[in-house]
Design a protein around this ligand. Sequence first.
Ligand SMILES: C[S@@+](CC[C@H](N)C(=O)[O-])C[C@H]1O[C@@H](n2cnc3c(N)ncnc32)[C@H](O)[C@@H]1O
Length: 369
Amino acid sequence: MPAPQKSRVTGIKNAKGKPGKSRLAKEQQPKVIEEKSLETRIPPETQQLILNIFRNSFKERLESDIQPLLQEVKGHLFDRNFKEAFGREDYLEAYAARWSPSRALGYLGVLWRMRESLNLMQTTEDESSEAEGSSRKSWKVVCLGGGAGAEIGTLGGLHRLLSDEHKERGDGQPRSMEVVAIDSADWTKVVDQLTQHITAPPPLSKYASAAVKAANRPLADPTAFRTTFHQHDVLTMDPKTLAAALESVNLVTLMFTLNELYSASISLTQQFLLRMTESLEPGAMLLVVDSPGSYSTVSLNGADKTYPMQWLLDHTLLVDTSGGKAKEEVRLWEKVQEDDSRWFRLDDRLEYPIELENMRMQLHLYQRL
Ligand SMILES: C[S@@+](CC[C@H](N)C(=O)[O-])C[C@H]1O[C@@H](n2cnc3c(N)ncnc32)[C@H](O)[C@@H]1O
């Protein structure tokens, strides 16, 4: 387990009071959700179940000498040679086994605290009475840059937490989840392996007691948790294909991916965000998580200018295309929450075959108006 790192945690902040924010963001007065009323601690037992999903999905890889592979992957990532880093199946498995588990737990904490804003407290019963005649009952999430499996592990865990909470309250089943991962690398096998392990009862020792065997159940019911994977570069993805993938979506995630997109091309990323905006229905949420203090450099007339990632994002989503302040009638997004720096620390009781790390993230939640 890594040594505890010094924390610089800030609570959910109202963008209005933040220094250095654009005037627009200040004037928008984002809604600040009071999260304290909800239980935010994730039971370590549930966190361990998620780590077990990764351990069982990549068992052979973790039981072999994974370190040389990880060094190679790290080298390519360091050189920003993503084609190489994500271009081989053994690299992808090693990446998913090493970096996705702690991220899955970190993201679970984020989504669990946001569950009310994300409308996840609804049960299937509430939904069927609300959406009479509608065939759409599930909660659809599109994870852009989400092939490496962290988001899949998170959502499997989220489904379990919601099921446990509903069971405790005796108020029906949580909504089923439809997870669509889109990524430029071919993560098909990783997504399939994780999904299989999430939706099947975990393997038990042959010495397990009858009671343990009887209680053994999958992290998420296979009828209530479905995933699909599509390989696309989101920056050059055909707009119709993008619109079809985003149809009826409740949440889009960009986890540790947006800064990579901005680094590849700020203008293509802005165009992509606008195409995505056009395709989303009012009410859809967008969650962006990335390293705190991510910057991208734009060259203008030969001079380099550096912009913080969240400034670029706010500029694209909250300002109209003419560059002026978005008037009420043309505002397309509202910022719901933001946090410039949040720590996720691994519980000392958790077990995993290789070392995992604490993580720090900035997060931004928007709602399509
Ligand atoms: C740093 S990894 C983050 C993975 C995962 N979302 C997480 O949080 O652990 C960035 C991911 O974005 C994907 N990616 C980068 N550029 C992309 C693009 N233009 N289109 C689609 N996916 C992209 C990479 O293949 C990789 O899987």
